[in-house]
Design a binder for this molecule. Structure first.
Ligand code: CMX
Length: 471
């Protein structure tokens, strides 16, 4: 088969792509402008050693006990049970997230920035999560160009979004669109053709990059259809991912909003493997469902109010407070409103966490952004005021193990400031970012040949027997 021209390769429908590894390798060079290796070339170099590392570790220490499980943990959402492998990030209860060992402030320092910007490019974070290496500016620029070139959506996905009723929640539309991209899956086609298991990661990689590339057009289309005039701007081939997402939402000339998107997409990406969206993507992927089907499953989990939808809930909760109290809100008003919420048997959205026991550094990164760009914005001041009162009230209430704010407590206010006021849309932005965090592990899982996931369950009767209890 004659080699297709370099750039043209990415435009060939996945179904027509050649499956031989040499061609997939060839595609890895398509966007390389310099002598530096592309992301795919680095992975081809890195993965064999990673596979050997895991083999050696398991051979030497495979039968070592790494923890014990109590009955309470089985009934308590499996908190703290060690049983997942997640390479990109580890969450410390006190310190918060580290991406490949690096804190958010470190990430803000070391990752390449957009032109004239100070926030990291999320494309760079994706690279770091996947390889453990900080890419150069040139590598990230080439990667951004690759994403822009692969962004176009198939017609049936556009049609599905366009035919969704405006009353269907944006997250449901998002999940439908990602599921429908399954038609493009090189991974599924490779599996059907009987490709060697060891090569499946290459197709997982191709799908993941295509999928990430297409998310801005999906997210933009949903936003413009549901909340605006349905008209969508075009992707610019030489611009970064966040710039293009901002433009598709309708922010063509707003450098600050682009910076916000760079920060937002970076910090919402990954939060180790046990959270609902990450774990679901990983679990569904373990059945060798494609990256499209796996991410869609993860997005459905992110749409829940105790997880990603909390950013929508926070905004609604704050606006309801303002409505009830008026614009002059005192700390005593907030305290009463918090108690009303708690006494009604509801959770305070944006507070608490299954792992964290301190203020979420993702909250702090957004707070610093607000202090820089919108220090006098009334809703930011209100969020800061809630931050003074809520931990005290939640501590008095005595239920939550963590009275401090999480990431969702702050994000909506920043979006409101820039005019993105439709809070039912907020979790879609979280979802775009989450793809950048969970798909690296999907690719690594396939490279490591991770098996289908299947923990053990028991009935209450069986557990009682196990622990020697009679009812
Ligand atoms: N307001 C009121 N009660 C809360 C609370 C909050 N913010 N956070 C926890 N609690 C309650 C729990 O509901 C639980 O009550 P029950 O014993 O009656 O079931 C008790 O405190 C103990 O919970 P926990 O061990 O501290 O917290 P969990 O690990 O069970 O839950 C989380 C974690 C995030 C679901 C919970 O803190 C919560 O519901 N927060 C509000 C929703 C939210 O902000 N979610 C976003 C999290 C970040 C993300 O994933 O995006």
């Amino acid at each position: 088969m004659p080699a297709p021209s370099r750039i043209a390769f990415s435009f060939i429908r996945a179904s027509q792509r050649p499956l031989a590894t040499s061609y997939v390798k060839f595609a890895a060079r398509a966007y390389s402008t310099a002598k530096e290796p592309t992301l795919k070339e680095r992975l081809i170099e890195i993965f064999p050693a990673e596979i050997e590392k895991v083999k050696a570790l398991r051979k030497a220490k495979g039968s070592t006990v790494i923890g014990e499980v109590t009955l309470d943990q089985a009934y308590g959402g499996m908190r703290g049970i060690k049983g997942l492998v997640w390479e990109g990030s580890v969450l410390d209860a006190e310190e918060g997230i580290r991406f490949r060992g690096k804190t958010i402030p470190e990430i803000q320092q070391i990752l390449p920035k957009g032109p004239g910007g100070t926030e990291p490019l999320p494309e760079g974070l994706f690279w770091l999560l996947l390889t453990g290496e900080v890419p150069t500016e040139g590598q990230v620029k080439a990667f951004s160009a690759e994403l822009a070139a692969r962004a176009e959506l198939p017609q049936h996905v556009k049609d599905l979004i366009d035919h969704s009723p405006a009353t269907l929640h944006p997250m449901a539309q998002f999940s439908i669109a990602v599921t429908a991209l399954e038609s493009e899956s090189a991974f599924t086609k490779a599996y059907e053709k009987g490709v060697n298991k060891k090569e499946l990661w290459l197709y997982a990689y191709e799908d993941s990059i295509d999928l990430i590339a297409k998310l801005p057009l999906i997210a933009g289309r949903i936003y413009r259809n549901v909340f605006k005039d349905g008209k969508l701007a075009e992707i610019e081939a030489d611009k970064d991912y966040s710039y293009n997402l901002a433009k598709l939402l309708g922010y063509s000339n707003n450098d600050e909003f682009v910076e916000l998107m760079r920060l937002y997409l970076t910090i919402h990406s990954d939060h180790e493997g046990g959270n609902v969206s990450a774990h679901t993507t990983h679990l569904v992927g373990s059945a060798l469902s494609s990256p499209y089907l796996s991410l869609a499953a993860g997005l459905n989990g992110l749409a829940g109010p105790l997880h990603g939808r909390a950013n929508q809930e926070v905004l609604e909760w704050i606006l309801e407070m303002k409505n009830k109290i008026g614009s002059n809100v005192t700390n005593e008003d907030i305290e009463k409103y918090l108690w009303d919420t708690l006494n009604a048997g509801r959770v305070v959205p944006g507070y608490g966490h299954a792992v964290l026991r301190k203020t979420d550094p993702r909250y702090m990164a957004q707070r610093e952004f607000a202090q820089k760009y919108l220090p006098d914005y009334d809703l930011f001041k209100l969020v800061s005021q809630i931050y003074e009162v809520a931990p005290v009230v939640l501590t008095k209430h005595g239920k939550t193990k963590n009275p401090w704010p999480n990431v969702d407590s702050h994000s909506g206010v920043l979006l409101q400031y820039y005019g993105l006021t439709e809070e039912s849309y907020y979790t879609v932005l979280f979802g775009v970012s989450r793809a950048l965090g969970v798909l690296p592990q999907y690719i690594i899982d396939r490279a490591l040949g991770m098996p289908i996931e299947r923990p053990k369950s028991f009935s209450t009767e069986a557990y009682a027997k196990l622990v020697g209890y009679t009812f």
